[in-house]
Design a protein around this ligand. Structure first.
Ligand code: ADP
Length: 475
């Protein structure tokens, strides 16, 4: 496709050039010749009429003699580049500017017929065989006393007309060549403005079709083609971004599934090899059950998150005891905490605190926040989960004394797949989706989440929840 468009244009250009030449070669010479003959004939006829009315009629009226008239007509003929003759109706040549005056010899034009020009004021021939080549001839009668006494005949060599015609036709050809050369500019413009950008765009689409969505190209023009290129570039970058997101998303899902599976496996292995005595099975099986439940919930959350872009999150809001959820979630980390000798301290407002929210999703928020707090905490440290009631809002804080978050990263941690450089060493399996899920869940509830963190000192994540109507009444 790429080559043919250009070839088509070049071919069209050549066809245009060839046709222009054919048209010029066919019509221009004939038209120019006709026009030149018509103009010349008109001039000659006007001259012939003038001569017939003045010098020649004077001759027949015996006002002037033949020599005077000849001298005058001679100079006129030289001036006009023509041959002037005066011929009697019988065909006798009275005067000829092409020959000296000779009264003795009677020169006759054989077959002279003054009616030959009837229907046209000029004729082109060898004038009754009196010339070897063709002549343009005009004829005007000389009348005296209402009788035709003779004719003024002016001949003009057709060779001269042919020469002027040729030079005019040559000018036309030169003009045509100049015009064609100038129209080459269109071809150059076409190449620069349309063809080159189109080639770039076609090449880019080939790259995109081959799956190279990161291919970038530049078309520097602010017309439709430039706009098309920009749109294409944008589209490709969007697709590339979506592809990357997709990959990271899958990686993240695997990560989120791997951690509970690891903990389940850890407990089960410990039971098998006797690390956990049979009398403790009940407690640990409970934890294992919790983990499997979490896996199910996680699957649902991921599906919800996946639908988030299109539908927004659908919440299943109920009144539930947040304290119980916090305790359960903290308990599910017992194994992990023991390994790092981390203690989770719970400072909860009241025995029961009923909030109105989507329980599963809030559990996921807590899980992600505590999971992060443990991941980024040092050994032998304390993580504090605290709730505080302010008006009809319950604030839940998850505070650790771990590595903290650099100031520049504070805004970025909420982005999907973001992981700070600092965290990479500590948490190799993290994929950066946890906090974005947290943020989206909290925002869907119409609540807020904030982070206070000092690098090297620790972090505190605080989110709000709506207190259920029954609690509000108690206040
Ligand atoms: P993940 O933990 O899977 O990497 P998150 O979205 O949960 O993803 O967290 C994003 C980033 O925010 C982490 O990689 C880490 O750099 C930072 N972060 C989150 N929580 C903490 C915390 N409690 N302490 C220090 N850094 C944290």
């Amino acid at each position: 496709m790429r080559k043919t468009l250009y070839l088509k244009f070049v071919l069209a250009y050549f066809i245009f050039g060839v046709f222009s030449f054919i048209m010029v070669a066919t019509f221009v010479p004939n038209m120019t010749r006709e026009q030149l003959i018509r103009e010349k004939a008109e001039d000659l006829y006007a001259e012939a009429t003038l001569i017939a009315d003045t010098y020649a009629s004077g001759l027949y009226a015996s006002e002037t003699d033949l020599e005077t008239v000849k001298a005058q007509l001679d100079s006129l003929a030289v001036y006009m580049g023509s041959l002037i003759r005066i011929i009697n109706p019988s065909g006798r040549l009275v005067l000829d500017t092409g020959a000296p005056l000779n009264v003795e010899d009677v020169v006759m034009i054989e077959g002279f017929d003054p009616t030959v020009t009837i229907g046209s004021y000029y004729r082109i021939d060898n004038f009754f065989d009196s010339f070897e080549s063709d002549m343009l001839t005009v004829l005007s009668p000389i009348t005296y006393n209402y009788k035709v006494r003779g004719y003024v005949v002016i001949h003009y060599d057709m060779e001269k007309i042919r020469k002027s015609c040729d030079s005019l036709v040559n000018i036309s050809y030169i003009s045509l060549v100049v015009l064609l050369l100038l129209s080459l500019i269109i071809l150059i413009f076409f190449t620069e403005i349309v063809y080159v950008p189109l080639r770039k765009i076609t090449h880019a689409t080939e790259q995109y079709a081959a799956g190279n969505m990161h291919y970038e190209f530049q078309v520097e023009s602010d017309d439709e083609i430039g706009y098309l290129a920009a749109c294409l570039n944008y589209m490709a970058s969007q697709i590339a971004g979506a592809e990357d997101d997709q990959k990271k998303f899958v990686a993240n899902i695997s990560h989120d599934f791997r951690s509970p599976l690891t903990s389940i496996r850890g407990y089960l292995e410990a039971m098998l090899d006797g690390t956990i005595p049979p009398q403790m099975y009940g407690k640990y099986l409970e934890i294992v059950l919790n983990e499997t439940e979490r896996l199910t919930k996680l699957t649902n959350s991921l599906l919800t998150l996946n639908n988030l872009n299109t539908k927004g999150m659908l919440l299943d809001q109920t009144d539930f005891d947040i304290n119980r959820i916090i305790r359960n979630t903290a308990a599910s980390f017992e194994g992990t905490c023991r390994k790092k000798s981390i203690t989770i301290e719970l400072i909860l407002t009241g025995d029961e605190m009923t909030v109105h929210a989507d329980m599963d999703k809030i559990q996921q928020v807590l899980y992600n926040l505590i999971d992060n707090a443990i991941k980024f905490s040092h050994h032998d440290s304390v993580i504090r989960v605290e709730t505080s009631l302010k008006k009809n809002k319950l604030f839940v804080s998850v505070k650790d004394t771990g590595i903290g978050i650099p100031k520049d990263d504070l805004k970025l941690i909420w982005n999907r797949f973001y992981k700070s450089d600092l965290s990479r060493g500590k948490d190799k399996r993290g994929t950066g989706l946890g906090l974005s899920i947290v943020k989206e869940i909290i925002q869907c509830h119409g609540e807020n989440i904030n982070v206070i963190s000092t690098e090297g000192a620790g972090s505190e994540f605080i989110f709000s929840l709506a207190v259920a109507a029954e609690n509000e009444d108690e206040d």
